[in-house]
Design a binder for this molecule. Structure first.
Ligand SMILES: C[S@@+](CC[C@H](N)C(=O)[O-])C[C@H]1O[C@@H](n2cnc3c(N)ncnc32)[C@H](O)[C@@H]1O
Length: 351
């Protein structure tokens, strides 16, 4: 169905993969039944890599080098909020000096660098996307953290094969394991590479338990979130909890942080409403998500792709990002979706 590997560019991206990304979906949710979800699940590497080969630079330009959401306090800057979200996970996991920690699905390493500085732990970032691994290494060297934070290419569905069992004191995953074809698969691998007594912390992307698969509007929202974010299949909070327990984790703390009664909602930067920007500098971040900001970005992408400065298919992936932004805001407003189901769980000492 979709094209697989072709010749990689020097930067690690593969044009055919980007160009093939949208073929994994019917844009019209009503025709979605014509596309077999199992194809996306079986081809999860091509789905995710096609998406991130096209979306990485857009994320960095339009958001930050940390590819995740966060809660906001009044007057808190966008950058401070992202960092606080990472510190919150680190402190709930009690990460500290001397620990060897795995960051599963590490993006371009923004959270790994921040958490390393915050906790003094040594961090290994794992990512299946060559382009992001290159960038993560470059930014980390620039920050002078290359002895504390390292990056490897690998698939989080095969962690034990790559690292061996019982090899990390702690593992965390920030908005990454939603890309897995099954949660049992990825959580099971995390369980294997953790030392007995080791801690796993995750911010998971989920449909909330209010989401009803028999409701066509809810199904459409799920479909838009999948298409716009390179996710083979969006699943519920209940399924995440069940998968963690089924592979043997002991859950110590769980909370949907999106359910806190925050005045400034987690999705506000996506709304593109300049009046909601919390600081002067954040006006620019919010503007990029406004109608005019999206128009400028899209036009620039179109020109860059036409003259060959960006790989073919980048404009199409950019289009899906617009669908993503609208769907995520809708999912947040209706509380049918959360990007921050926090779970802190532990591998039993004896298993
Ligand atoms: C939304 S990004 C989050 C990145 C990072 N945690 C952050 O917060 O900046 C999801 C990440 O998961 C990675 N990923 C997806 N599927 C993967 C897989 N099978 N193995 C390893 N990494 C994967 C993607 O390449 C991407 O870097």
């Amino acid at each position: 169905m979709a094209p697989t590997a072709d010749k990689a560019r020097e930067d690690g991206r593969q044009e055919m993969r980007i160009d093939g990304y949208t073929k994994f979906w019917q844009k019209d949710a009503n025709k979605e039944a014509e596309v077999d979800t199992t194809i996306r699940l079986d081809s999860y590497s091509d789905v995710v890599n096609g998406y991130y080969d096209g979306a990485t630079e857009l994320y960095e330009y339009g958001w930050a080098k940390c590819f995740h959401f966060s809660r906001f306090y009044k007057g808190e800057s966008f950058a401070a909020s992202l960092a606080r979200h990472e510190h919150y996970l680190s402190s709930n996991m009690q990460l500290r000096a001397g620990m060897r920690v795995l960051d599963v699905g590490c993006g371009v390493g923004g959270p790994a660098r921040e958490i390393a500085q915050f906790s003094d732990a040594n961090i290994v970032g794992l990512n299946n996307n060559d382009f992001q691994v290159h960038r993560a290494r470059k930014y980390t060297k620039k920050a002078g953290l290359e002895n504390q934070v390292t990056f490897v290419k690998g698939d989080f569905m095969k962690l034990a094969e790559q690292f061996g069992e019982n090899s990390f004191d702690a593992v965390y995953a920030i908005e990454a394991t939603c890309h897995a074809p099954t949660w049992e698969g990825v959580y099971g691998e995390i369980m294997k590479v953790l030392k007995p007594g080791g801690v796993f912390g995750v911010y998971e992307w989920c449909m909330t338990d209010a989401w009803d698969p028999s409701n066509p509007k809810h199904k459409e929202l799920q479909h838009q979130i999948e298409l716009g974010n390179g996710i083979p299949e969006m699943r519920t909070i209940r399924k995440s909890r069940e998968a963690l327990l089924s592979v043997g984790f002991e859950i110590e703390h769980e909370e949907d942080l999106a359910d806190r009664p925050d005045e400034i909602r987690w999705y506000y930067p996506l709304e593109g409403d300049l009046s909601k920007a919390q600081t002067l500098w954040d006006l620019f971040t919010v503007w990029r998500m406004s109608w005019s900001g999206k128009f400028v970005t899209h036009s620039a992408l179109w020109v860059f792709e036409k003259i060959g400065m960006l790989p073919k298919g980048t404009v199409d992936v950019g289009e899906t990002l617009k669908i993503a932004a609208d769907a995520l805001v809708k999912g947040g407003q209706t509380k049918l979706f959360t990007p921050m189901y926090l779970v802190i769980s532990r591998k039993p000492i004896q298993n």
